[in-house]
Design a protein around this ligand. Structure first.
Ligand SMILES: *[C@@H]1O[C@H](CO)[C@@H](O)[C@H](O)[C@H]1NC(C)=O
Ligand SMILES: *[C@@H]1O[C@H](CO)[C@@H](O)[C@H](O)[C@H]1NC(C)=O
Ligand SMILES: *[C@@H]1O[C@H](CO)[C@@H](O)[C@H](O)[C@H]1NC(C)=O
Ligand SMILES: *[C@@H]1O[C@H](CO)[C@@H](O)[C@H](O)[C@H]1NC(C)=O
Length: 172
């Protein structure tokens, strides 16, 4: 049996709509229930945008989930295993390049306004945030001030498993 032009088109658009963004240099991070990519981030299962969170009790910024109605979302670059983003400093004073610290099991993903050694983060297949090559291990846990923050291998009973995707457009 031969494929008709229509079948080919349907196949082509199906593969395009699930294709991962390639070679992202500047991206947003979203959480979702699915490891598979979706070209349209709005269509990722249980998708949530993420924003930086200053928990007050420590110098490091964390990543938390944020619903519709945010002002803006942080964007990221990844180099030498470290995520980079720009954010205002403590008490909103100054603007700094924040760098992710080496990701450790049982802790939040953290960002410090300080130089960092090479980290252990990468984008697996160009879109899935991984730690030491592992993509399965991210968790959303309820922490201080009821914020839902991103952990690596968070073990608390109130954590939910998630995947972190690099995307070009906000889901909402
Ligand atoms: C992405 O999907 C949403 C929801 O299904 C839809 O409203 C929107 O138009 C889509 N965006 C693009 C660029 O296709
Ligand atoms: C990334 O975020 C910075 C700081 O908020 C902003 O100035 C810049 O325009 C953003 N870049 C892109 C490509 O969205
Ligand atoms: C974050 O890391 C970059 C690249 O290593 C470095 O240039 C920058 O100074 C660091 N940020 C701060 C606030 O030190
Ligand atoms: C979630 O678990 C953490 C760590 O065990 C705990 O501090 C926090 O109070 C728990 N939150 C809820 C809503 O149960």
């Amino acid at each position: 049996m031969r494929f008709s032009a229509l079948n080919l088109l349907a196949l082509l658009s199906a593969s395009l709509s699930t294709a991962a963004p390639t070679e992202l240099t500047n991206f947003l991070l979203v959480t979702t229930d699915q490891p598979e990519p979706n070209y349209n981030s709005s269509n990722l299962k249980a998708v949530s945008a993420t924003s930086l969170f200053d928990p007050y009790y420590q110098p490091a910024l964390l990543l938390r989930l944020i619903g519709p109605g945010y002002g803006s979302l942080p964007n990221f670059t990844l180099a030498s295993g470290t995520l980079h983003t720009v954010a205002s400093g403590p008490h909103g004073i100054g603007v700094y390049e924040y760098n992710s610290t080496t990701v450790v099991a049982g802790q939040e993903l953290q960002f410090l306004a300080a130089g960092q050694p090479d980290g252990n983060l990468a984008l697996s297949e160009g879109y899935l945030l991984s730690v030491g090559g592992e993509t399965d291990g991210w968790a959303i846990c309820e922490g201080q001030l009821s914020a839902m923050t991103l952990w690596w291998k968070g073990a608390a009973s109130n954590c939910t498993r998630t995947w972190v995707h690099a995307v070009t457009k906000a889901p909402y």
